[in-house]
Design a protein around this ligand. Structure first.
Ligand SMILES: [Zn+2]
Length: 294
């Protein structure tokens, strides 16, 4: 992705942390979709038994969360950043789209490693791995693209897909194209943007919690350090990303590493590392969706 304004944007993070704390009562983590278990039917007292006492109605035990499918009833949207075909469709992806507070390109080509492993290939592979893990936990998973279209979608449509799915949470997966000397991962959360079609007011706080969960679990699963060339402690907040500005569901981006850095590139090219990355991202969703927000 293009990070040309990232240093200015990072200054927005502190006030958002404070406003985020004030909104902790909202119930993004409430088990609204959890399946309920009907109490077993009450057995009739034996007819004609004069000594029979009324059978007390059994108290239903609390709805057990299936340990096998803790995400049953949840919908998660995964947005594989860019598209391998974008490079062949410059006119289409360079068209300007309205992201609420400005105009941006429909999409970009993304970056690649020195060896030519593209960000688009990386994001689609990791997205498939995340999808498989989350589906195994019972979640419904929607991908914004699956290598099944020649280019795009535009960032506006990437957001709209998550909105239309009424996702409980969404993530856009990327690899960064930073300075070759910089390494590490970071998570990007939506700034408060109210302009045009953008209103992130309802999602800033839950997206912040999602971002913290993903940061922790991704770090734990991969051992990848926080980025040392961008963001602060692995967290950034931005107001220029259409995929966040136009989202009405909790959403973050993750830049899994810097594909222009030799060390990160080596790891991101390794399928075993990508599986760890996917596990970390999936664990973040599980933590976010199964932990009460207080
Ligand atoms: Zn990207």
């Amino acid at each position: 992705m293009n990070h040309s304004h990232r240093h200015l944007r990072s200054l927005l993070a502190v006030p958002l942390l404070l406003t985020g704390l004030a909104g902790c009562g909202t119930a993004a983590g409430a088990p609204a979709g959890a399946p309920s278990v009907a109490p077993p039917p009450v057995a009739s007292s034996p007819a004609g038994s004069p000594t029979a006492t009324p059978t007390p109605t059994p108290t239903p035990s609390p709805t057990p969360k299936s340990s096998a499918e803790p995400l049953a009833g949840r919908t998660i949207v995964i947005d594989p950043g860019h598209n391998p075909g974008n490079v062949d469709h410059p006119t289409e992806i360079n068209q300007q789209v309205d992201v609420g507070n400005g105009q941006k390109e429909c999409d970009t080509t993304g970056t690649e490693t020195d060896a030519g492993y593209s960000e688009a290939a990386y994001t689609l592979d990791v997205s498939h791995r995340v999808r498989d893990i989350l589906q195994g936990l019972g979640a419904k998973v929607v991908l914004t693209q699956d290598g099944d279209r020649p280019w795009g979608p535009c960032v506006t449509e990437r957001a709209a897909i998550g909105n239309a799915a009424h996702a409980d949470a969404a993530i856009s997966i990327h690899g960064d194209g930073g300075p070759a000397t910089g390494s590490g991962f970071h998570v990007i959360m939506p700034a408060l943007v109210k302009a045009g079609a953008a209103d992130t007011g309802p999602i800033v706080e839950p997206s912040h919690r999602l971002g913290l969960a993903v940061r922790q679990s991704f770090q734990a699963a991969t051992g990848e350090p926080y980025a040392d060339y961008i963001a602060q402690q692995g967290l950034d907040t931005r107001s220029d990303l259409g995929g966040l500005n136009l989202s009405t569901v909790p959403k973050v981006f993750i830049e899994c590493g810097n594909m222009r850095n030799a060390g990160d590139a080596g790891r991101m090219t390794d399928p075993q590392w990508r599986q760890k990355a996917a596990q970390g991202i999936a664990d973040g969703f599980t933590a976010y969706l199964t932990t009460a927000s207080g």
